[in-house]
Design a protein. Structure first.
Length: 368
């Protein structure tokens, strides 16, 4: 028996509440006296030829199937399952409104709702707004109180003739930006601690919880003797001085989203390890230590096979105690330095390796 094929196939989807007719055609089969069509329940359309025009009922989908009749024998069926489309994919529903709710409140609406649908809405977390749920395609939101601050989500739930639609949501900022929800990213690391090296430049980026907006403004704080190279939108570029940079304060920002200024959020900055003394890095070991401490310069891996002639590097080694008192000083020119800790008391010390490109700083622990 011949095999049927569509010359005009049915669509993949039909839209709920939109019973637009369409035509389905199969290639003619030699010797066929008629064709038998099966259509979804509730749809209209009849034909005994190789073409049929169907009108959906706008409520359900199903399978369109056809067989050719040849001398009282039917071919195998050719079928296509059609799905119901709950809304227009080219013009989908969307929750619309301001990104933030300030003291005067804001209205949010669901646009492009399909015909014959009803809507309810809700806000989560509910404690941020005065009214957290309701019915209809529009919602007026106001802050629960003057100090309300945080990210909330408004959700519209729709029910139509073909069933429930997926939820449509929008994230919004209630009040000023909550500093606990804002973070800083930087080219010196991630998390709450940022490791920097003297003589280098780093970029810090403010990350409000719903992202930077062109209407936002920012204020930054930085370590005292760092320099601002550039500030633009939600980023700031800072230069760490080569000698005696200020460590352990934070690089922080606050943001004004139109509702007011947030509290500060930021990163604590700390001295990086093996920041590099030109061609050299320095190993400091063992740490912790009780008897001796070794400081060993080594040509950095990237320069070992460069073909360059690497001259020994002069550096001054200084060790400070927790009271910032100098307790040891020595000069080296590419040699390993071995330091007796006999006169060192147990506690925390700071090693400074001063070289032509800056200072490498590392914390050590003496345990006796």
């Amino acid at each position: 028996m011949p095999t049927l094929s569509f010359s005009q196939a049915p669509p993949d989807n039909v839209q709920c509440s939109n019973p637009s007719p369409f035509t389905v055609t199969v290639a003619s089969v030699a010797g066929a006296q008629s064709y038998t069509w099966t259509i979804p329940s509730g749809w209209s359309g009849t034909s005994t030829t190789n073409s049929i025009t169907l009108t959906p009922n706008g409520l359900n989908a199903g399978t369109v199937s056809v067989r050719a009749n040849i001398c009282n024998i039917q071919t195998a069926p050719l079928s296509k399952t059609i799905n119901i489309q709950l809304f227009d994919l080219q013009n989908p529903p969307v929750a619309n409104g301001s990104l933030q709710v300030c003291s005067s409140g804001a209205t949010y609406s669901l646009l492009n709702a399909p015909p014959s649908t009803t809507a309810t809405w809700s806000v989560s977390p509910s404690g941020l707004v005065a009214q957290s749920s309701g019915t209809g395609f529009s919602a007026f939101l106001s802050k629960a109180n003057a100090g309300s601050s945080g990210v909330a989500t408004i959700t519209f739930n729709l029910t139509g003739p073909c069933g429930s639609l997926p939820p449509f949501t929008k994230q919004i900022q209630i009040g000023v930006v909550n500093s606990s929800e804002a973070t800083v990213s930087a080219t010196c690391g991630s998390g709450s601690l940022c490791y920097v090296c003297p003589g280098n430049t780093y970029v810090f980026t403010a990350l409000p919880p719903l992202g930077h907006q062109s209407s936002y403004s920012y204020e930054w704080t930085k370590p005292t003797n760092w320099s601002v190279i550039n500030q633009s939108a939600n980023t700031i570029t800072l230069y760490v001085p080569q000698y005696d940079p200020d460590f352990f304060p934070a690089v922080r920002f606050r943001v004004n989203n139109g509702c007011g200024w947030s509290d500060y959020s930021g990163l604590t900055v700390a001295p990086g390890y093996n920041c590099g003394g030109g061609y050299y890095s320095y190993s400091i070991y063992p740490n912790p230590s009780s008897d001796f401490l070794s400081i060993e310069p080594e040509v950095q891996e990237v320069f070992k096979n460069s073909g360059q002639t690497i001259e020994p590097e002069s550096a001054e080694i200084r060790i400070y105690n927790s009271k910032e008192e100098l307790v040891f000083k020595a000069l080296t020119k590419g040699e390993k330095v071995r330091i007796s800790l006999e006169r060192f008391k147990s506690g925390t010390y700071f090693v400074h390796i001063v070289h032509k490109n800056g200072v490498i700083k590392e914390q050590i622990r003496v345990q006796k």
